[in-house]
Design a protein around this ligand. Structure first.
Ligand code: G3H
Ligand code: 13P
Ligand code: ZN
Length: 311
């Protein structure tokens, strides 16, 4: 099974009322945990790589690890650049074997976003690679993505048709109230998603795959495990899984998850080291981290994405 694009995956997901999980990968254990879960659930999969991940692990290592996972599991996997900031980073990923790239022009004006996205689409399509664009702006902080709440904005449904037609993108990320990182809502705040915007977008772009970034639920069990084993995370609140499930039944075909993976892995490692303080063998303490990733992804596939048995 070669690396595949998301075109067929999204078509089936749209028609079937489910979504494909796009999980961020940074090292071997994360790739193994995710792909083991997808293989157990017979689920299609997108593995996505951020600029930070490429800096940390190097493009070639991640590519070879993903190729190894495909050989090991036989899964169809799409390899995607997450939050490409420039034509050059998108080109480097296209030339380096990715089958999908995101050009994130959401910080630019509407016109500039169109101009820059179109350049990436032209190069990508000439090389058989698909492109995700973004309209609207998510709040949140991660290594290479940092947007203050006051600079964030919901997607304007009146702009989506013009954006998609003018750029030629294959999927579109929209802002409906999700945000990046583990601190999506303040304590006491009620998580809410703007399903009315999603519905409007769906009406204007019938059959077109929509993407949801910032979709970690920030599972309390992992935060508790981290904090009871030496961690000190403040109250962290994410997107309730039932809301994501609802979005997956609508036009949302790709749901991005990173923070939940980080929490699951950290909880496993911290718990192991707290219980085995004399341990210093990475193979021992990384196993519970990897197992937590597998269990988390399995539960996302079943409870959020609905993508089991879709291969
Ligand atoms: O949306 C951003 C991703 O979670 C990647 O985060 O830039 O810290 O790798 P990162
Ligand atoms: P989370 O921080 O909610 O996991 O979002 C990840 C993401 O959107 C990656 O692009
Ligand atoms: Zn994102």
């Amino acid at each position: 099974m070669p690396i595949v694009t998301s075109t067929e995956m999204f078509k089936k997901a749209y028609e079937g009322g489910y979504a494909i999980g796009a999980f961020n990968v940074n090292n071997m254990e994360i790739i193994q945990g995710i792909t083991e879960a997808a293989a157990l659930e017979k689920s299609p999969l997108i593995l996505q790589v951020s600029a930070g991940a490429r800096k940390y692990a190097k493009h070639v290592y991640l590519m070879k690890l993903i190729e190894a996972a495909i050989e090991d599991t036989g899964l169809p996997i799409c390899v995607h650049l997450d939050h490409g900031e420039s034509f050059d980073v998108c080109k480097s990923c296209i030339d380096g074997g990715f089958t999908s790239v995101m050009f994130d022009g959401s910080k630019h004006s509407f016109e500039e976003n169109i101009r820059l996205t179109r350049e990436v689409v032209q190069y990508a399509h000439d090389h058989g690679v698909v492109v995700e664009g973004e309209l609207g702006r998510l709040a949140g902080i991660e290594d290479d993505v940092n947007v203050k709440a006051e600079d964030s904005s919901y997607t304007d449904p009146d702009q989506v048709q013009e954006f998609v037609e003018a750029t030629g993108v294959d999927s579109l990320a929209i802002a409906i109230g999700t945000s990046h990182g583990a601190y999506k809502f303040k304590p006491g705040q009620k998580p809410q998603l703007r399903f009315d915007i999603l519905e409007e977008v769906e009406k204007r772009l019938p059959g077109f795959p929509i993407v949801l970034h910032g979709a970690s639920s920030v599972i309390p069990q992992y935060v508790e495990t981290i904090n009871s084993n030496g961690g000190s995370m403040p109250d962290a609140i994410g997107i309730p899984e039932d809301m994501l499930r609802q979005a997956a039944k609508m036009a949302v075909c790709k749901i991005n998850i990173d923070s939940d993976l980080r929490l699951a892995m950290t909880a496993g490692v911290r718990k192991h080291l707290a219980e085995n303080p004399a341990d210093f063998d990475p193979r021992k303490y990384l196993i519970p981290g990897r197992d937590n990733i597998r269990d988390l992804v399995r539960s996302k596939i079943v409870n959020v994405l609905g993508s089991s048995n879709r291969i």
